[in-house]
Design a protein around this ligand. Structure first.
Ligand code: ATP
Ligand code: MG
Length: 375
């Protein structure tokens, strides 16, 4: 008995020592009052193949830290919605390992659903109900009732600035108002993790900026972890601290927006030449550019030709002179600092231009209630 007691004490002590060691040595940030983020989402080798054989997600792996503002940036068909549907338990994955808030996606989908809020790509508010009724209905679906629900609904109507129209039928809301109501619906049960699938696509710049402010506030003031997908470079750049750029079901780059921009490591010079639509002229123009000191890479781009250079502003004169010497006439030349779009272009040879994509405006509304997720 005495030996057993000794053994227990020893185990406890070892644990204490390890904890102290971790806090003081391995985790020095905790001494400074900063806690290290643990992973709220872990995804390893996720694959989703639809019944018709479409390989929508092809072996994606990533981690999302608690309190993070995390984003997937990619064009149409990249696999963004498919990934969100899997993570929010709406779609069964083909293979891979996923945990959300410490729960295994296959074993504990019910537990996961209690902790998450999700806004799908298409606005899902009931046009026959008022904004307030929509939120109450959502609360009821989350087993919320009475004064607590009433209070929460008022709080959310205030947050998304819909107090004045709270008792008007949602069918008569503008596109931006519907999106805001949809966001509020996802927040009714105070989720610790929020999934947003293109929350601002189709909105005017003002409505978009407003949603960005709410989202920043939720993340900063309430500590809600946000997983967002977007086709907007500007949105990803402004909101996300960790960003995965995906295309055709695969990750093509990841890091903070700043890290990703640094990876480009160069300014861009986009130029077009008179007659550049002819292959011969374009090839000669590219060759001319490649020969200029300071140019690190030359590529075709939608606007003509894009060159990367570490010191773009200093070599413009050289470029103009070189083209002049070859009797080629420049019709335009633009310089830009590295952007997330350049990373996409570098990896795929394509530009993401959501304004040209066939995205549904947010005013399109499905008259459907948000259904509870599948069992
Ligand atoms: N139910 C389905 N059955 C078959 N293929 C599907 C299905 N849903 C999506 N896909 C396909 O899977 C791929 C990824 O689609 P997904 O909706 O995940 O892309 P996305 O990145 O969300 O695109 P968008 O920006 O247009 O919303 C596309 O090729 C799409 O056509
Ligand atoms: Mg989508």
């Amino acid at each position: 008995m005495a030996r057993l007691f000794k053994r227990i004490r020893f185990d406890v002590c070892i644990e204490c020592v390890l904890n102290i060691a971790f806090d003081t040595l391995i985790n020095p940030l905790s001494l400074a009052g900063v806690s290290i983020l643990s992973d709220i989402i872990t995804v390893d080798d996720l694959v989703e193949v639809y019944a018709d054989g479409t390989k929508a997600v092809q072996g994606i792996s990533f981690r999302v830290g608690e309190g993070e503002f995390f984003g997937f940036l990619g064009p149409n068909g990249a696999g963004k919605s498919t990934t969100i549907k899997v993570l929010t338990t709406l779609l069964r994955k083909t293979s891979g390992r996923v945990t959300v808030a410490g729960y295994d996606l296959d074993k504990d989908p019910q537990e996961i659903r209690k902790l998450i809020g999700a806004e799908s790509q298409e606005t899902v508010v009931d046009g026959d109900l008022t904004g307030r009724e929509n939120l109450k209905l959502q609360g009821n679906l989350q087993q919320m009732r009475g004064a607590a629900l009433e209070e929460r609904v008022n709080e959310l109507l205030k947050l998304v600035e819909l107090e004045d129209v709270a008792d008007k039928r949602a069918a008569f809301y503008s596109g931006g108002m519907k999106k805001r109501l949809d966001l509020a619906s996802a927040l009714v049960h105070k989720p610790k993790l929020l999934f947003l699938d293109e929350p601002t696509t189709g909105l005017d710049p003002q409505s978009r900026a407003r949603i960005w402010e709410y989202l920043e506030g939720l993340n900063r003031d309430e500590g809600i972890t946000v997983f967002l997908t977007t086709q907007y470079m500007e949105e990803a750049d402004r909101l996300c601290r960790q960003l995965y750029i995906i295309d055709q079901g695969k990750v093509i780059a990841n890091g903070s927006p700043e890290e990703l921009k640094r990876q480009v490591g160069a300014d861009t010079i986009t130029l077009s030449v008179v007659g550049g639509e002819k292959d011969g002229v374009k090839a000669e123009a590219k060759q001319t550019l490649s020969g200029i000191r300071g140019v690190t890479k030359v590529m075709d781009s939608d606007g003509g030709i894009t060159a990367y250079a570490t010191n773009a502003s200093q070599i413009v004169a050289d470029i103009v002179r070189a083209f002049d010497e070859k009797n080629m006439q420049l019709s335009s030349i633009n310089l830009a600092r590295p952007s997330l779009g350049d990373i996409f272009l570098q990896h795929t040879g394509k530009r993401i231009r959501p304004e040209e994509l066939n995205t549904k405006p947010a005013s399109g509304m499905r008259f459907a209630r948000r259904r509870p997720a599948r069992e």
